[in-house]
Design a protein around this ligand. Structure first.
Ligand code: GH3
Ligand code: MG
Ligand code: MG
Ligand code: MG
Length: 302
């Protein structure tokens, strides 16, 4: 099997002929979880629902051809990164070239040679896992382990569009550590870094849904995206975060308001509409944060 430890990998085999599916299923059933589809339409629906790690895709099928299926999958961000290996009847340069143009990573020819197909699938799965890993590292803040600014920007735009489509409210929290310059001055930069890590984890623990996100968006500034959340829900999470940071009990002798580290939070809630953009939500939360600072810190303003 693969040289590094991962959960069971999922292969999708797509072919209009039962006998071809059976041959491939026999080859792979021991090493992978094998999903099967007998039409292009079914393949697309399985991809959207179950996210296979690789697809073996027959080209000639009644209804949607393999090439058409490939086009649809490559056009959708949710399925774009699933590697596709075309299964073709005989090797023909023009057909191979077209497959690669459409975004396939490889092709195999019928009749299936088990040794070859196993090796190719394994190679492409390894590449896919490495790419997944790189993609996830590129979106993580190295200091705190929560999402970084880039992931925050993507997620904010995505959530805005989702809530616009469904005409529901979304909320944004911006949180800033109080008197953090003085904290660094008093305890040193490494202690400051450690404080940021603890604040990030304390925030993360207050999330309630898998689609909620905490990100570090600046030096000692964090944001939290709450899809499908109204103002009451946002205030509730912000209060929980204020409490959670206080309860960390990180000593801060130079803070003007408390002997432990505190934070200020600005929240904003909006039902997205075509006339505005996510930028608007960001500005509102920022202004609320500014007000929380002016009013004395260690509080939330919505
Ligand atoms: P306020 O209550 O108004 O937010 O005051 P503040 O001191 O927190 O705000 P200010 O913007 O003056 O200072 C932010 C400080 O955060 C200054 C900077 O050195 C520190 N900082 C930014 N990024 C990091 C980091 O990654 N690690 C550490 N240790 N400190 C950081
Ligand atoms: Mg066929
Ligand atoms: Mg600050
Ligand atoms: Mg700041």
């Amino acid at each position: 099997m693969l040289p590094f430890s991962v959960g069971t990998l999922r292969l999708l085999i797509v072919d209009d002929q039962q006998v071809n599916i059976r041959v491939l299923h026999e080859i792979f059933k021991q090493d992978y979880e094998v999903l099967m589809a007998m039409s292009g339409e079914q393949a697309i629906s399985i991809c959207r629902g179950q996210q296979p790690d690789l697809i073996l895709l027959d080209v000639v099928m009644p209804g949607m051809s393999g090439h058409e299926v490939c086009k649809v999958l490559k056009a959708d961000p949710a399925t774009r990164n699933i590697p596709i290996i075309f299964v073709i009847s005989h090797s023909e340069p023009a057909e191979e070239a077209l497959g690669f143009d459409l975004g396939a990573v490889d092709f195999i020819t019928k009749p299936i040679n088990p040794v070859t197909v196993k090796a190719r699938v394994r190679t492409h799965l390894e590449l896919k896992l490495q790419q997944d890993l790189l993609r996830s590292i590129a979106l993580i803040d190295g200091l705190t382990g929560v999402a970084n600014r880039s992931k925050f920007d993507d997620d904010l735009a995505l959530t805005w569009r989702r809530c616009l489509r469904e005409n529901t409210a979304m909320s944004l929290l911006i949180l800033d550590v109080d008197y953090f310059k003085l904290f660094n001055d008093a305890y040193g930069h490494p202690a400051g870094d450690n404080c940021l890590r603890q604040v990030a984890q304390a925030m993360k623990k207050q999330l309630r849904r898998p689609s909620d996100l905490v990100a570090r968006i600046g030096g000692e500034e964090f944001a939290c995206i709450l899809p499908f959340t109204d103002q009451e829900g946002a205030i509730n999470r912000a209060e929980a975060m204020l409490d959670a940071v206080r309860e960390l009990g990180i000593m801060h002798r130079d803070s003007a308001i408390s002997d432990t580290v505190t934070v200020s939070i600005g929240t904003a809630t909006l039902v997205p509409n075509e006339a505005l953009s996510a930028e608007h939500l960001l500005n509102s939360a920022d202004q609320a944060l500014y007000k929380a600072k002016r009013q004395g810190r260690d509080q939330l303003v919505s």
